[in-house]
Design a protein around this ligand. Structure first.
Ligand code: CP
Length: 313
């Protein structure tokens, strides 16, 4: 993307976090603060997006992202339409781009896309005048999850720059890890990506403030934030681990391991969470856990993004 195009580009599409400048992220965070206030009212509704139509196109399963976008749009008085895997005419042979074109002809304003193919939202953005939001594309990016994660860290820790954030697990297949790492690095955090050698892409060490570590105990030392990830077994083509038992032994975040981090460490997980695999129950729901805060902030962050992208004042 050319730098001179960014001003007009950055609120038309959200394809990954590096579409945004640090000051844009700050605007998202401040707008999220305002949206949290609306979400705490007795009548959780504002007329901001009246008359707008938001389409939720999910070619992959989702609980948090789809429902929080739906709730967010409705809280701002937009109308929502949606389909999930198998419900659209794509299952009858219609192309992805023709589907997007049909939505534009129907008067949809904002399209939220989750797709198993990396790059699908980018393809939609190239062929449409609607606002396009990437709600997770293949192993590539999940920018709205990253923005809600960054907001949650900033809310609890009061800052992001200078923190040590350890992201643990299936880095290779995790679009959340990729967007979180980019966003954290842009805002000045020191990111350690940790996982088994087969699930840790070496090229990430060339990005600013990002390092790699195979040993979880080493990675956890002095950590301010730990982000745990699910093994994305639905994307594994081949054998990445000798056994699940060995993965649990080496990479599960449990109470004993958590003691290696700073006492005020914050534990995060984007979900879906596989208790007993990457994280123990007591850590997932203990005092250090921000997992529920992430879900709460997911609605407000998506309200903020819909508002900013709609161009409404
Ligand atoms: N974190 C996340 O994307 O969850 P869902 O798959 O439930 O949307």
């Amino acid at each position: 993307m050319k730098v001179e195009n960014r001003i007009s580009y950055r609120w038309q599409y959200l394809l990954d976090v590096d579409d945004l400048l640090p000051e844009d992220m700050e605007l998202v965070f401040q707008t999220t603060d305002a949206m949290k206030e609306i979400s705490q009212r007795e009548v959780k509704k504002a007329p901001t997006l009246q008359g707008k139509v938001v389409a939720l196109l999910f070619w992959e399963p989702s609980t948090r992202t789809k429902l929080s976008f739906d709730i967010a749009a409705k809280r701002l008085s937009a109308n929502t339409v949606s389909f999930t895997t198998g419900e659209s005419s794509v299952s009858k042979g219609e192309s992805f781009l023709h589907t997007i074109h049909n939505l534009e002809m129907m008067g949809v304003d904002i399209v939220v896309i989750r797709h198993p193919c990396s790059g699908a939202p980018h393809l939609a953005a190239q062929s449409s005048h609607m606002n396009i939001i990437n709600a997770g594309d293949g192993c590539h990016a999940h920018p709205t999850q990253a923005l809600l994660d960054l907001y949650t860290i900033r809310e609890r820790k009061g800052k992001i720059g200078g923190l040590k954030v350890v992201i643990v697990g299936d880095i290779l297949h995790s679009r959340v890890a990729h967007s979180d790492a980019r966003g954290l690095s842009l805002l000045g955090a020191n990111v350690v990506l940790c996982g088994p050698p087969t699930l840790l892409p070496r090229e990430w060490r060339f990005l600013p403030r990002i390092s790699l570590e195979f040993n979880l105990d080493t990675a956890l030392r002095e950590a301010d934030v730990v982000v745990m990830l699910r093994l994305q077994q639905e994307r594994h083509q081949g054998q990445f681990l000798p056994s699940l038992a060995e993965y649990i032994f080496l990479y599960q975040l449990n109470k004993e391991r958590l003691k290696l981090a700073k006492p005020e460490v914050m534990v995060m997980h984007p979900g879906p969470l596989n208790e007993g695999v990457e994280i123990s129950h007591d850590v997932a729901f203990g005092l250090s856990s921000a997992v529920s805060e992430q879900v709460v902030n997911g609605v407000a962050t998506r309200m903020a993004l819909l508002y900013l992208m709609s161009g409404r004042k």
